[in-house]
Design a protein around this ligand. Structure first.
Ligand SMILES: C[S@@+](CC[C@H](N)C(=O)[O-])C[C@H]1O[C@@H](n2cnc3c(N)ncnc32)[C@H](O)[C@@H]1O
Length: 233
């Protein structure tokens, strides 16, 4: 089991912060933007709604939400990593943006009785939480009735399938060696272990139904490398 206490996770993301966007673009060849756009297109945020991007990192999803809920709505970008949030804020200032509220916070410390969001998204965040079920539960509490949520993360393809072999080889023989040049071996080795412990799509569906979401769907993307969990409260 990986130690996923808040300090450990915070250290990992603060350490990688200065190369975070660079490596995301490099290792996905820019495709992560397409997957994030796909999630947003499925969630259909509308002008006037209030949305949160939980575990927002440097804010890719937050900015996409901002484009759609403005001018009347609001977006909250929430993350525990001070350094990633600083990068997000810098980008936001450069855009001259005013509707994004950046908050440095552990999502588990958000008031569960807020019930204020029309929608919540999380890209590559759920896998990094200390408890996945508690994370989905938290999202349930934070949403208004009929609110929708979407989570994008790595998918487990069938064991020994080409897709699953590709994922392992790519992480071990491309991601880890390249990140080692920047002294980030420990941080990027963490990805493979975190995927191992992350529930499969079918399990995520069960957890969401148990928590009480009335609509639950799971889709895969990019040869089953990525998965999207879509929920309606
Ligand atoms: C892999 S990054 C994803 C960032 C961004 N959403 C993206 O798609 O590029 C995971 C993020 O989750 C954040 N995180 C992990 N646990 C958290 C928690 N309990 N509360 C808030 N943020 C958390 C980390 O700080 C990190 O920014």
């Amino acid at each position: 089991m990986i130690n996923k206490n808040s300090n450990y996770i915070n250290d990992i993301f603060n350490n990688v912060s200065y190369k975070y966007d660079f490596f995301n673009n490099l290792f996905s060849l820019g495709l992560h933007f397409l997957w994030k756009r796909k999630l947003i297109s499925l969630l259909k945020p509308k002008n006037g709604e209030v949305w949160a991007d939980l575990c927002c990192g440097t804010g890719d999803m937050t900015f996409l939400l901002n484009e759609l809920v403005t001018p009347s709505g609001k977006v909250f970008g929430i993350d525990i990593s001070e350094k990633l949030l600083k990068i997000a804020q810098r980008k936001s200032n450069n855009l001259g943006n005013t509707v994004i509220y950046w908050k440095k916070k552990d999502i588990f410390d958000l008031d569960p009785n807020l019930r204020k969001f029309d929608g919540i998204c999380m890209s590559y965040g759920l896998r990094n939480l200390k408890n996945v079920e508690d994370g989905i539960q938290k999202v349930f509490f934070l949403l208004k009735d009929n609110g929708r949520a979407g989570f994008l993360d790595f998918n487990h393809s069938k064991e020994n399938s080409l897709s699953s072999i590709f994922q392992k080889l790519f992480l071990r023989f491309v991601v880890v060696p390249i990140s080692s040049f920047f002294n980030l071996k420990k941080e990027y080795s963490y990805i493979e272990n975190s995927i191992k412990e992350f529930p499969k799509g079918a399990k995520l569906i069960c957890l969401a139904k148990k928590i009480g979401f009335k609509e639950v769907k799971y889709k895969t993307l990019f040869g089953e490398q990525m998965g999207i969990l879509l929920l309606k409260k």
